[in-house]
Ligand binder design. Structure first.
Ligand code: ADP
Length: 247
């Protein structure tokens, strides 16, 4: 699954909601195939940041570039086509369809309905579905209804759906919330694997999990970048300690 990812360059990003500055003067540089974790207390602007990257919220100031593309101001569907995939905290999969069907319908549909019904059954589609299912540890569940999966498996299915959509930049909101310790471990492995050929931004609260994926961490506070570094470095940063203890 070759997906060429560009760098994500965010400059002086800001947005206000009725005079309240939710994100302000935020600059962020994320390299291709980087796995970046964003942490910060409630209301720090983490969700709003992802909302602006995927086009759900329009920034008031600044710019977001992904590779050669200026994402700022692009409609949401074009940002998806540019390879940006968003996953929200609660898993959203088609519970009444099988895992295989959920995966099949995620493939970009560039055909009409009848062609796509035919296309779904081609060997190429099967090959790609099997490849991604294997990556997301869902091979033995392909014929089960998605509604029967565990909470953790649903999260993996949704990540697998983003991979099939050809997302080159994956935006994940608390992917391990509600998972068992074993599922967390597997998710850490899965995310590290995905980062071998895609870029990820992950919002996370669980510092043990953050440390386990050993990536660079950005700490947001009041809509700005407060600190950046390894999990260990940011946890030792007096500014960060202050914010979390004062919370
Ligand atoms: P986090 O994800 O870090 O908890 P959010 O990005 O959800 O923070 O929110 C940042 C701030 O912006 C919060 O104070 C929140 O209440 C405010 N906010 C977010 N979206 C809206 C909106 N659509 N209208 C008004 N205020 C908003």
């Amino acid at each position: 699954i070759a997906a060429r990812a560009g760098a994500l360059v965010i400059e002086n990003l800001g947005v206000s909601f009725g005079g309240f500055r939710a994100v302000e003067d935020l600059s962020l540089n994320i390299a291709p195939n980087e796995l970046r974790v964003v942490i910060g207390p409630n209301g720090a602007g983490k969700t709003t940041l992802l909302d602006m990257i995927c086009g759900k919220t329009r920034p008031t100031t600044g710019s977001i570039k992904f590779g050669d593309l200026e994402l700022t101001g692009m409609p949401e569907y074009q940002i998806v086509r540019a390879g940006v995939g968003r996953k929200f905290q609660a898993p959203s999969v088609y519970e009444d369809l099988t895992v295989a069907e959920n995966l099949e319908i995620s493939l970009p549909n560039t055909h009409g309905l009848w062609q796509s019904l035919f296309y779904r059954r081609t060997a190429e589609v099967r090959r790609r579905v099997l490849e991604v299912a294997d990556r997301a540890r869902l091979t033995s569940d392909l014929s089960r209804n998605a509604g029967e999966l565990s909470h953790g498996q649903k999260q993996w299915l949704e990540i697998a759906m983003l991979l099939l959509q050809d997302s080159k930049l994956l935006l994940l909101d608390e992917p391990v919330a509600g998972m068992s310790p074993r599922e967390r471990e597997l998710t850490a492995e899965l995310l590290k694997e995905i980062a071998t050929d895609r870029t990820l931004i992950v919002i996370e609260h669980d510092m043990e999990f953050v440390a386990s994926i050993a990536s660079k961490v950005t700490v947001l506070h009041q809509g700005r970048v407060l600190s950046e570094g390894t999990a260990e470095q940011v946890q030792r940063d007096p500014l960060v300690i202050d914010v979390y203890l004062g919370d």
